[in-house]
Each structure stands twice: as structure tokens, then as C-alpha cells.
Design a protein around this ligand. Structure first.
Ligand code: AMP
Length: 194
């Protein structure tokens, strides 16, 4: 299964991605984690990306797209993956479609996690990552609304929206049952009586 998770920072995508990837047996690919690994290892890409991560801006599409293209070419992602944090812009979505097209593949579903802004800001303040100061958090919310929310229309045909408030397991349960329903497709028309 090839999935994309979308949602404002703090909606719990990372937590849900870890559960869903384990339950569905597909690798969890988080662009935020990939960037943070590059920053820690002080690779040229990491040195370039650091200032964007520190301020909550998006790393330029060509840098992000190249990194994802490379990750998706690894053998564990051949039959399925769960992308967390990518795509975050419409051009990134086009790049992903191009990568998948070349492999004769397509996305199965895009799962959107939603939660009220006050709840997500509070969750992030409690998480305590270096880029989790209140200013940067609020800025990331605005970046999400401006640059990422348009993807919801872009993916309207395969979008599954999940309310991300409540116990973690319940949220995961909602996502998994929505996905299996979507996989079954629309209910068949009732057969006409002979
Ligand atoms: P996240 O861990 O998903 O909250 O991402 C942390 C930071 O990594 C973001 O604030 C961006 O600076 C950067 N980042 C992650 N994914 C992307 C992406 N798809 N496009 C551009 N920047 C990204």
C-alpha cells in the first residue's frame, strides 16, 4: 500500500505513522526525520536544510524532492510506503506522481489528520523539539495553511479524513478502518432479481 499522511504540525502524524506502518507492514518515511538525520550528520544537505528547519520554513522543493526520490528507490519501499510530511506543496505532489509513474505505481490513499489549532500548538509545546518554540510553531501552522492545505483539493479523490483527537489507538483504529473500507471500493449495486 502506498500512503501519504497530511495534517498540520502537531496533529500526531508521526505517532500515527509509526503505528500504521507497523500494522500495514510498510516503511515509515518521514522527510522531517530524514532532514534531522542529515543535520546531525552535518552532510552538505543537512547544512543547507538547517536554517529552514530552525525557522519552520519549507526546505526548497528541489532539495526535498531529490532526497525523497533517493529514499523511494531503496528496496524496502518498492511495494509500499507511508510518507509522513511529504508532499507538502503542490509541486512536490507532482514530483511524487512523476516518481511513481516511472515505476508504474500510484498512491492508494492520502490520510488527513485534523485537530483544532489550540490542541496542536499545546501538543507541540509539550514535545520540546528544538524547533518547537511558540513563534516557530505558529509560523509552521501558517506555512501549512498556505502551502500544504491546497493538497487536500489536489488529492480529493483519494482523501480519507480522520479526526485526530482522542486516545492514540482509537485514532489509529479510525484510520485503519477507513483504509480497509476504501480498499473494498464502493459497494456493488444490488443484483436485479431474475
Ligand atoms: P516535520 O518533522 O514534518 O515537522 O518537519 C520538520 C521540518 O522539516 C519542517 O518545518 C521543514 O523545515 C522541513 N520539512 C519536512 N518535510 C518537508 C517537505 N516535504 N518540504 C519541505 N520542507 C520539509
Amino acid at each position: 500500500m502506498r500512503l501519504v499522511l497530511i495534517g498540520p504540525p502537531g496533529a500526531g502524524k508521526g505517532t500515527q505513522a509509526a503505528i500504521l506502518s507497523q500494522r500495514l507492514g510498510i516503511p515509515h518515511i518521514s522527510t522531517g526525520d530524514l532532514f534531522r538525520e542529515h543535520v546531525t550528520r552535518q552532510t552538505p544537505l543537512g547544512q543547507d536544510a538547517k536554517r529552514y528547519l530552525d525557522t519552520g520554513e519549507l526546505v526548497p522543493d528541489h532539495v526535498t524532492g531529490g532526497m525523497v526520490r533517493q529514499r523511494l528507490a531503496e528496496p524496502d519501499a518498492r511495494c509500499g510506503f507511508l510518507l509522513d510530511g511529504f508532499p507538502r506543496t503542490v509541486p512536490q505532489a507532482r514530483e511524487l506522481a512523476a516518481i511513481l509513474d516511472c515505476a508504474g505505481a500510484a498512491l492508494d490513499a492520502v490520510v488527513e489528520f485534523t485537530a483544532p489549532e489550540d490542541i496542536v500548538v499545546e501538543r507541540l509545546l509539550n514535545r520540546g523539539r528544538p524547533d518547537d518554540t511558540e513563534d516557530v510553531i505558529r509560523h509552521r501552522q501558517r506555512v501549512y495553511e498556505r502551502q500544504t492545505a491546497p493538497l487536500l483539493d489536489h488529492y480529493a479523490d483519494i482523501l480519507l479524513t480522520v479526526q485526530a483527537v482522542g486516545p492514540i489507538d482509537e485514532i489509529a483504529g479510525r484510520a485503519l478502518s477507513g483504509l480497509s473500507e476504501a480498499a473494498r471500493g464502493p459497494a456493488p449495486h444490488p443484483r436485479r432479481a431474475p
